[in-house]
Design a binder for this molecule. Sequence first.
Ligand code: ADP
Ligand code: MG
Length: 674
Amino acid sequence: MTAATANEPLPPLDNAVTALFGVGPERASQLARLEIRTIGDLLLHRPARHEDRRHFYPIARLQLGEPATTRGRVVAQGVKWYKHRTKSIFELVLDDGTARLHCRWWNLPFMEKHFAVGQEVIAFGKPIHLKPRTMDHPETEVLENGEEDFIHFNRLTPIYPLTEGVPQRWLRALIWRTLGQFEGRICEPWPELALAAEVPTLPSRARAIRLLHFPDTPAEPDLARRRLALDEFIALQRQIQLRRRNFTAKACGLPCRGDNRLIKPFLARLGFKLTGAQTKVLRELRRDMSGAHPMRRLLQGDVGSGKTVVAACCGLIALESGYHVALMAPTEVLAEQHFENFTRWLEPLSVAVELRTGSRKTAGKQEGRGKNDEGGNPRPPALTIGTHALLTEGFDLPDLGLVIIDEQHKFGVAQREQLVRKGSYPHLLVMTATPIPRTLGLTLYGDLDVSVIDEQPPGRGRIQTFVRAADKLPQVWSFIRGKLAAGRQAYIVYPRVEDAGPGGLKAVTREFEALQQTLAPYQVGLLHGRLPPKEKEAVMAAFRARQIHTLLATSLIEVGVDVPNATIMLIENAEHFGLAQLHQLRGRIGRGAHDSYCILVAAAKSPEARTRLRVLEETTDGFRIAEADLRLRGPGELLGLQQSGLPRFRFGDLAADFDLIQQARLLAARLPGA
Ligand code: ADP
Ligand code: MG
């Protein structure tokens, strides 16, 4: 912000709100509950909506069920108690000369203190009866004599989110005054960018802040929002770009050229040829790893596209070059599965594979593992696979050349950085099967290069998806028995256990017993998060060995599990899952040559839920599904944003503002220091 000139000693926008006239410590602590601490915060306090107070509805013209703003004089009010004075109704009667309106509040008897007969009151709400005209819990505002009516009336009036003790009118008047006082001091945050020329459709920042509160037309608040969102996105992109630049300047890439000594025999034994997409991505990885700076790459590929093999090749390049490799997976089940696969793949090549999870370590001596073994000979480079346990203090690898993170969306940015810091700027490959809508990708992973495997391996059976109401379950069971009889295997997923208490757990156990009877003589296994790790392993192993035919599981199996003979995925209470998550679950099947079937069962009485689920019947394109999910459920649901390291935006809307994010990215790159 510009410095204050001598004859105008106003505090800058970052001063505490207490610098404002009429805001003492008590008001300040109330405002803090609205996250308003500075004058700048106050000016950015976003109205929940605007009310058109250029026109009021005469009470006589109110329509049933139609929200409207009206005004009238208080002609009567009172509290009625009932149920031995444990319950109350407060009723306020307004009259505007055309008719009377009854406003009612349940169990808020103190409301009585706010009103007095004779006052003029504005009410906004939805009439629920017309005989007599009644609104329940309307928003109200008492008109006080001598107040600056031009702030509150004859305009599109901002209605703010409030907190206890802060009156709407007081806050509105405060924002009005503060705006008048400080409008001239709101600067363009990026003067170098000349945004007025760059985005001529958007107002200046100062104008945007005025229009946010006191617009002249109904469209202006959103225009203002977009301008303020653009500022937020530029700030974020700038941060991402600086972080990246900083890193590139500091870090030299460990030279990993590889000599094909391990990759060649690995690919020869694999039993299939890499797809064109896999080969293309592998070339990109190889180029990165032999470059001047450490690789920082995100590998996106829909479920089943074969990311693991690509990761293995990438690991082998580092191993060939004499460096250790660490692979981090989000769950123990997945780490175990990787351990099994990589052992099978790498042991014939005489590369040691070690596992390190919370419950199991195959190489106990890793603690303080040195460059040399007991005999003083250099240890050959190895691959260490693990869960979050890899992040713990005791684990330290000298010569860590490559870090691979599977299912990145389950980890936060902070965890990613923590693992990378373990070596001297190792190469980083993060993989994700959550098809991240482009908007989020640019925001979350703006500091990574992106490769995409956009092709599924050949020879896969089709996946058919059906949405069924719960009352169709008997037919579903007989269908599944038929497939089991033909030698296939099935997953059955319940959402309930996930976050439920002991009751929920009992439910799945009960379900388990019932299912054993329904499907007898086929064997059913149970897999959920609370099983001891040893049991989880045993169940998965038995399922892989086909001793168990059906796996009853929680969404624990959502990520990564790979059993090609399993071709049935039945998901009960599917309406409780997000679409992207269901798509992940569905990715567990369709991995072999046989046709696969995904059956989504939703409560019989929720037809809307079934409509939403139909998106999955229609498409298997993960990106389309993720975009639908982002629209329907918001980014928090999609990614678990608390841990993703994404800031909360006041104005930015990740689901809607792709154009702004794109623009912000280009603009930020032009800022000095870029
Ligand atoms: P995801 O990308 O979901 O992690 P995986 O790496 O688990 O997928 O691969 C899914 C399955 O496809 C595995 O069984 C894997 O061995 C197999 N697979 C991977 N690449 C190919 C290929 N090029 N041809 C045939 N099968 C492949
Ligand atoms: Mg995977």
